[in-house]
Design a protein around this ligand. Sequence first.
Ligand SMILES: [Ca+2]
Ligand SMILES: [Ca+2]
Length: 445
Amino acid sequence: MLRGWVHAGLVLALVATGCGDDDGDGEDTVAGDAGPRSDGGPPDDLGLDAGDAGEEPGECGLAAAPDLALENILVDGGAFEQPLFATTAPGEPDVLYVVEKPGRIVRVVDGRREGTFLDFTGQTGAGEDLATSGEQGLLGLAFHPDYATNGRFFVFFTPSSPRRNVVAEYRRSADPTLAEETEVARLVSIEDRESNHNGGVLAFGPDGYLYVGTGDEGGGGDGIGDGSHGPIGNAQNVENLFGSILRLDVDAAANAYASPGAPFVAGGLPQIWAYGLRNPWRMSFDDATGDLWIGDVGQNEVEEIDFLPAGHPGGANFGWRAYEGDAVFDDALTARVDGAGYVQPILSVPQGAEDLPIRGAGSITGGRVYRGDAIPGLQGFYVYSDYVSNDVAAFQRCDGEVRQHARLPGLRMAGGGVVSIDQDGAGELLLVNLNQGAIFRVVTP
Ligand SMILES: [Ca+2]
Ligand SMILES: [Ca+2]
């Protein structure tokens, strides 16, 4: 069966990826109605009008996506070792920092690997061994908005023995091409019984807070089969940090890094900004609007993209494990979730379907809204992909809905492998391909 093939293929393909479902148990089948819900529209319970953020006048002009092509960022035939993410640091627009899963951050200058900025391949800066199998390793990186002057940056990684999901602060050394080896502070440390679903994405929001994506701990079905994640699963439980978007004030160590205005100060943990996520492997802020986009990897049926407008008051519930994309997964929890700030996906992508812009989806890679200058026709498009698919696609959000949704054939990647859609110092898009050990810039042909 196609779905079984996709799932089995995913288990094999994800030996070295940080996303997707590798529980492989095959038992956590979808319960209840898998039919479509009334999705595609804006969340209607946010206390905000759908059109009040994220849409400048004229963005509903709905031009079709332009023709595009790929250009390897390395000009010397070099490669990366299991690259997961690329970004730039404030004040250094011409330097790319690339996260390699085995435990390195490497600097790329003028299309060449210049050297290793931070190295966890021996031990972390706190003297731990790094777990690197499967979805574990050095997963995320975010530079402080004032990095140019304060040298502060943050990493997400998975130490072993005992396994944890950690967010820690590091600093640039006196030599700007090297980080200090010693950890400065540990902001988050979550004990984690399962090697998969570790989230791993970090991003500073326009409010200056650090946002962190965490997975539902792992296994499959958020523990629905054996109750190991509690009666409502980890993602719906706001008394633990799993399955959430955390929002941290990196200067508030005395308050567990909780940010002012956090939605769960009472009746939950103050670091949680949003919850109900399975494995938010990628999220990004729209540089022009401040809107938040999240890609959440599905179980056996549906991948999803989630959207929160800038200015959202917090507390959004994205539905897992009651819902998997637009399908019911655990019908015992739907009534509870429907009454708790449920925000439906802006886009649901059925796994394995061949008649969609992303064909054969199995592990979505949330992307970002293009705000660069080099490709005017792509302005305002949200570009995303899927680790298992060979396709990259884009759409515009117009009147709260998905419009001009189309495959970008020039960006097709035989063998799949896109794990991140990032940007360089000029705002041009970068596609990080784990399978190829390569990063490509999106250009016009
Ligand atoms: Ca885990
Ligand atoms: Ca939780």
